[in-house]
Design a protein around this ligand. Sequence first.
Ligand SMILES: [Zn+2]
Length: 393
Amino acid sequence: MNRLAGWLGWTLFLVIGVPAAVLTGLTFLLAAFEPNPLEINGEAYTQKMAPYVRAASAIPAGELVARVVLIGDAGDPAEENVDTLSELDAWTRSAPDRTVTLFLGDNVYSVGFEPEDLSRGGAILGAQLNAAHGQAYVIPGNHDWGHTDGMHLERILAQQAFVDAAPDATYLLRDGCPGPEVTALLPEADLPRPILMVAVGTTWLLEPMSRPDCARVHYEVMQALEDTLLNTGDAWVIVAGHHPIVTAGPHGGFERGVIRPAFQALYGAQGTLGKPVYELVMEDLGRALAANRPLVYAAGHEHSLQLYRDGARAEYLIVSGAGAAGHVNTVTTLPNTLFAHAHPGFVSLDFERMPSGTVSVIARVVESGLGEVYATRLAGEEGNSSATAAPGR
Ligand SMILES: [Zn+2]
């Protein structure tokens, strides 16, 4: 009997165990060596190419009343990333009293503020805060929690403590909780309506390991977001989360090749659209937003610059996760794309008084080393979606 069990064990091991181990090893090996794994289907608007731009027409020059800069995934200290921060420095320097910068998460690659080396985290995030003149707001992304190193609330608390101690900087989604948290941006600005930012902790919603006790469950966060949006009056509302609802980059599954997508399907890649959890959370988020559409839903996480006319969940969707040049990968377009470019940079929402006296909200894409490359009006007297592409690229 024992002998039979032994033979059965060996047979099972040889028939199932060995091939499974070999296949797993091969998949890892091929995924590692697959050439250009982040290439996408359709046209790829990579750094070497001109951006995709839809509907270009002129916007009259206005007077800047308020500026909200959206920059994400800037927490990599590599030398090549310095340019984006100097671009941010130049962009926010001209009117710091009218400017706020929102860091959209992944502020410290790749595993957040490590307890054994807090000075590294401080140096990386400090460089970003120094480049942002005016008030800065910081929300966490998946890498700030620890990401591949596990999800650690202590790393969020360490980052929060650093930002709390920095001048003119505010940490949002406090104590690792998902919010929603409402902040009035530049309340002193001479605007016909207030600007409200609603921060929501998408990492908390997506990563089951990372949830501290915030006296809220998933459903209650969505309900609170809906209630919050229904009480924003006539404000211009910017909802900010780390993860995008829509993206035409690798996180949206827009990749050529067979091996890597199959690898991801087999072993999972948290934070990739197309994963059931991601889809479900974003569906819920979209439903909550649709209760009273904000002007913009802004996110990072995807390493490119993308603008969409949405009209279902928000008037516009903005992906600004190209803060670190070394991470920028590639992007394509979807039917509602207004702008797409896989290039280091950020997006600026400018509230400008037009010659007629009314205020327009203009989204400007600012690229590292190039300055402004694109602008489109999101709200204001001329209606929506008039755009201008700056010469050069
Ligand atoms: Zn991320």
